[in-house]
Design a protein around this ligand. Sequence first.
Ligand SMILES: O=P(O)(O)OC[C@H]1O[C@H](OP(=O)(O)OP(=O)(O)O)[C@H](O)[C@@H]1O
Length: 632
Amino acid sequence: MSDAIKHECGISLIRLLKPLEYYKEKYGTAFYGVNKMYLMMEKQHNRGQDGAGFASIKLDMEPGERYMSRVRSSQQQPIQDIFKQINDRINSAIAESPQLWNDVARQKKEIPYIGELLLGHVRYGTFGKNSIESVHPFLRQNNWMHRNLIVAGNFNMTNVDDLFGSLIQLGQHPKEMADTITVMEKIGHFLDDAVAKLYKQIKKEGFNKREASPIIAERLNVAKVLRKAAKNWDGGYAMGGLLGHGDAFLLRDPAGIRPSYYYKDDEIVVVASERPVIQTVFNVKYEEVKELDPGHAIVIKKNGAVTFDQILEPTERKACSFERIYFSRGSDKEIYQERKMLGKLVFPEILKAIDGDINNSVFSYIPNTAETSFLGMVKEAQNYLNNKKEEQILALGSDITKEQLHKILDVRPRIEKVAIKDAKLRTFITQDSSRDDLVAHVYDISYGSVKPDDNLVIIDDSIVRGTTLKKSILRMLDRLNPKKIVVVSSAPQIRYPDCYGIDMAKLEDFVAFKAALALHKDYGTTAKIEEIYHKCIEQVNSKDKDVVNYVKEFYQPFSSEQISKKIGEILSPDGIGADVDIIYQTIDNLHIACPKNLGDWYFTGNYPTPGGNRVVNRAFINFFEGKNERAY
Ligand SMILES: O=P(O)(O)OC[C@H]1O[C@H](OP(=O)(O)OP(=O)(O)O)[C@H](O)[C@@H]1O
């Protein structure tokens, strides 16, 4: 297996539709695009903190003049690092010749990075080395302007091996097997082909080589190139690209697994992985930012014409629900509501766990993402109490005294900020090797917020490996001496690998998997595990579409509650004083809360592409054979 596959996570594309002078005139600087790109990348920081890259293209340059630039970083704070490099170059050029400041034509000629077409990327690489070579955008260079290709994506392909094989069939010799290279070479191959064909045809029409160039740019059918290149891709992707002469595209996978949003007016076209990024950076309304349709590409020709082309037949929409639960920023209007709804819907289960004893329960959350679901949970606790108060007041009738009324109204859910996050980092998307240590030190608690006979209800957006709880949170919370700790996950149990761009690769990493495994041992049903293994082995050579997800049988004998209970046991550190209860969201409630993002393969094992079943099959084989390998 290739192990250079990375998780490419936040993407931004800007096309300035007017000449650079226009932005200087209107906004005071021809670096308008660069500045906006900085903000867009910074606002997608949540999607990747291990690397950042930027590329730009200047339109209509003379031969011999540089028209493409790229800068990448895998330093700490990579976004700041690349924009420091960009700004240093700009500032030193202007310091050398101050007259450049007002001369946009010279700026464009002499200063790199400034351009009409810009592509930005933030990356998280959760395993392996985090080297600069794996940071996007990737570049495929050529002396023919049209054949230069720059790509950056938020994606993961499940069938890199096959795609790689088909490049070899085409007679190519790719330099490595990473999926970004493979995908780029695929597009590159058909781009070369299309350019060569166009040139032949244009030559026939009587034009010379020099004259042919702008005609190729005009006639090049980007959608057609993408259709050929993407034909056999299996995965989740939002793939952005720039062509040397100035065309650009962003293609979204047919199931809409990975997100893409765009906005367009007469000055700019912009595409990003998240909607509020565009709203804030360009000061536009929610309704003005549109979602790109699955299976479609937005194509921006050099001449500024924008089309939305179907590249692949859309399949059933299975947009990733984990985007809503954790991955995206919660500042999106819909996502904010959805997270609150997740907190609300899980409340009845919480009430059972605390025996309805709201008076002696403290409600809190594990920062940061869970803050919004916490608000929904607390609001629902208030609703519950209001109903109770209403009953009590009505029961007392007109004889009710002021004191009685006061006592009833005084009962409120007790909310506290119990856990504090010291580092502004997302530990989930930190490389595996350094994560445990980080998680152990990243949180702290507020002392004095809980009484010894209290229940402590703490909500987190998701419990994946359980490291956050086991290595840090539970022990810390226990220092507050609560009677019982109820940990609530706003997401259902994560049971199956994600293979579409969010890093959850190995089955035995999941605490739900560990729990089911322990249950098989408790019940003496380990023979079932071997049986599943053999079923998996039998279909290793089957076509992807024929592979069945037999790993479902691994969980099938146990109820969700049984698994949650076991998770509680596994995660409770030795010597903990409080009882620990773990509550997960149900899948039905998840769908009620996030109705547009029904992609739920990590919870249900229902993969939206055939490659998913192959991945889970491989993951189970790896687990059984004790291979500490990724399944894709
Ligand atoms: O069960 P685990 O494998 O430990 O993973 C789940 C945890 O990881 C995330 O936190 P993270 O620090 O990434 O981000 P946040 O501050 O945005 O919540 C998430 O919010 C959970 O707390």
